[in-house]
Design a protein around this ligand. Structure first.
Ligand SMILES: [Zn+2]
Length: 246
């Protein structure tokens, strides 16, 4: 046995031991607290999926035509920065999607984002052809990110990118300017609030890109983000969201 190989054996054993401990630890947690569907509490076979198959099957696909109309209704043609829009599910005020969004946003469960992103990616793989060169999450301003501890759209984007087999590039888009919450603003005020909030960190050389956000309401945030990417030279910019608000 060579010197190098001999010296790497203990390191491998330690790493293997840590992996085993993690595996056993997770297994033990699953026995003590069996993973359950966020919405109906059914037991789940895979701890990393937030919802059971029946709850996922019960979600209603969002009509992309309605999303397109919302983008067209944005002030001064700003919605045209988005080449095509793909909202996955229609928002259900009392249903499974609400439970998932709530867990993602307010209950500090970022790992669900990646799993939900894979669901988005699976639907996109059927409709978005050819695939984009990279997936870019809509960023949070750093103050908001500090409050929440993570950006839920970045978690979704990672799952989408994984499923599409393309890189995820959270660093390509920045949000240097803080904005007010969009919740109680009119369509016009929402656009004014986010217009100019984003900037791209580098030249994007005609690359087709997919923006990922958690929810589409008027589309103003996605359009402002897409505009910043287009200003930096991106090719067509697509927008995918987990949910479409009423
Ligand atoms: Zn369920």
């Amino acid at each position: 046995m060579s010197q190098a190989l001999a010296s790497s054996v203990p390191g491998r054993l330690v790493r293997g031991g840590r992996r085993l401990a993690r595996h056993v630890g997770r297994g033990l947690l699953d026995v003590l607290y069996p993973p359950r569907c966020l919405a109906c509490q059914a037991r789940l076979s895979r701890a990393r999926a937030p919802l059971c198959a029946a709850c996922v099957a019960g979600l209603e696909r969002a009509p992309s035509e309605v999303a397109r109309q919302r983008l067209h209704a944005l002030p001064s043609g700003s919605g045209t920065a988005i080449a095509a829009v793909f909202p996955l599910w229609r928002f259900d005020p009392d249903g499974a999607l609400r439970a998932l969004q709530h867990a993602l946003k307010y209950q500090n469960r970022p790992r669900y984002g990646r799993a939900a992103g894979r669901w988005m990616g699976r639907a996109l793989a059927e409709t978005l052809s050819p695939p984009p060169e990279a997936v870019v999450p809509v960023p949070l301003h750093r103050t908001r990110k500090l409050e929440r501890g993570y950006n839920q759209s970045a978690r979704l984007a990672r799952g989408v990118a994984e499923r599409l087999g393309v890189p995820c590039r959270p660093g390509w888009l920045e949000r240097p300017h803080p904005t007010r919450s969009q919740t109680h603003l009119s369509r016009q005020a929402r656009w004014e609030n986010v217009d100019g909030a984003f900037s791209a960190s580098q030249s994007l050389d005609g690359r087709p890109l997919l923006l990922v956000d958690d929810v589409l309401t008027t589309g103003a945030t996605g359009a402002a983000a897409a505009r910043a990417l287009r200003h930096a030279g991106a090719g067509p910019v697509y927008l995918a969201t987990l949910a479409m608000a009423e």
